[in-house]
Design a protein around this ligand. Structure first.
Ligand SMILES: Cc1ncc(COP(=O)(O)O)c(C=O)c1O
Length: 339
């Protein structure tokens, strides 16, 4: 081996080892789980909730999941789940789309979640992850006649999931897959590979997040959040037929735009170029909550600062999530006071 070949092999080894270290520490930093999980009707230590490497879903992503948040209010010493019933109702619809049985009603699932948070002594902002998947050790690719498993796990919410001062987005070269390829109204595990590729493409190019277009080139959504733009005197957001996941936060934002801002939202198809000419824009989802979109493809959105209305919506939703909402108090389920 020549000197330059040795140096190049050494560089490759160093790169691989750094990448692996980053992967391991990244995982430890972002997924600090709580000790108790819920699996098929019982509360178990999280180590016992591990899935077999032979489970069908491990290879094929055959299953559906939800993500909800609970927000700790230090003053009230209370943890509030945000719209858990709506998340479990969506999970039922997802299960139905995949023709998978889900043994518990949405109301029962909320009760299990409250109990799980109590058993975990959860007194901080947390993320709740219910998963229904094909756990049977079955090799063929199919949905039918494979044992399912339903679990709920809880992890601490990362202190800074996304910069609340505003996100800079890249329109991804990866398109959002159409509903004709996979049921998009269901939150399907395997459907997140495209968004994961888009997110990495954006982040490794120096952006915070990716926006995905439909195969027809219209705006669909970000990788795990929906998008709203303000044009003139109204807000626009891609309609449900634009291959979006119909977000629960999207519905909340539509209500808050009407009630708090007294403004109108139109659901329609949105051209890519509207991203470059709108006055204000935001992303919304359970993980990001509401966050201002301040730049797209290195062009400022409006004046490049978080929009004034977006900031009002952010504050309003944050207060609701802490259990301090007025009319929207019913959106939260207290964990320690209820039951
Ligand atoms: C692809 C996708 N779009 C949008 C959203 C926002 O949905 P929600 O507000 O229900 O969290 C999510 C998050 O669940 C998502 O994964």
């Amino acid at each position: 081996m020549s000197g330059s070949e040795r140096r190049s092999a050494e560089r490759a080894r160093t790169f691989r080892s750094r990448a692996m270290t980053a992967a391991v520490t990244g995982e430890a930093a972002t997924a600090p789980g709580f000790p108790v999980a819920f699996v098929d009707g019982t509360f178990v230590p999280v180590a016992e909730a591990a899935l077999s490497v032979h489970a069908n879903a491990v290879s094929y992503g055959t299953g559906t999941f939800e993500g909800m948040r609970a927000t700790w209010n230090e003053q009230a010493r209370e943890l509030h789940l945000l719209e858990p019933l709506a998340h479990y109702e969506r999970m039922h619809r997802s299960a139905n789309a995949l023709a998978l049985p889900l043994a518990y009603s949405a109301e029962e699932l909320v009760a299990f979640t409250v109990e799980l948070l109590r058993r975990n002594e959860a007194r901080s902002d947390v993320y709740v992850r219910p998963i229904l998947l094909l756990a049977g050790e079955v090799l063929p690719v199919r949905m039918h006649e494979i044992a399912t498993r339903f679990s709920i796990a809880v992890s601490r919410f990362p202190a800074r999931y996304i910069d609340p001062a505003g996100v800079r987005c890249l329109v991804s070269s990866w398109r959002r897959m159409p509903d004709s390829t996979i049921p998009l109204r269901a939150k399907i595990i395997g459907s997140y590979v495209g968004p994961a590729l888009a997110k990495s493409e954006a982040v490794l190019a120096g952006f915070d997040e990716a926006l995905m277009l439909t195969v027809d080139g219209n705006l669909s959504e970000a990788t795990t959040s929906n998008v709203f733009l303000r044009r003139g005197d109204q807000w626009v957001t891609p309609a449900p037929d634009q291959d979006i996941l119909e977000g629960i936060t999207r519905r909340q934002v539509m209500e808050l735009i009407g009630e708090e801002l007294g403004e109108r939202v139109v659901e329609r198809s949105v051209d890519r170029s509207e991203l470059y000419v709108c006055e204000e824009a935001l992303l919304c989802g359970t993980a990001v909550q509401i966050v201002p979109l301040v730049e797209v493809d290195r062009r400022p959105v409006g004046d490049g600062q978080p929009g004034e209305r977006t900031l009002r919506l952010m504050e309003t939703l944050a207060a609701i999530a802490r259990g301090e909402g007025g009319r929207q108090r019913g959106w939260v389920t207290p964990v320690w006071a209820s039951g």
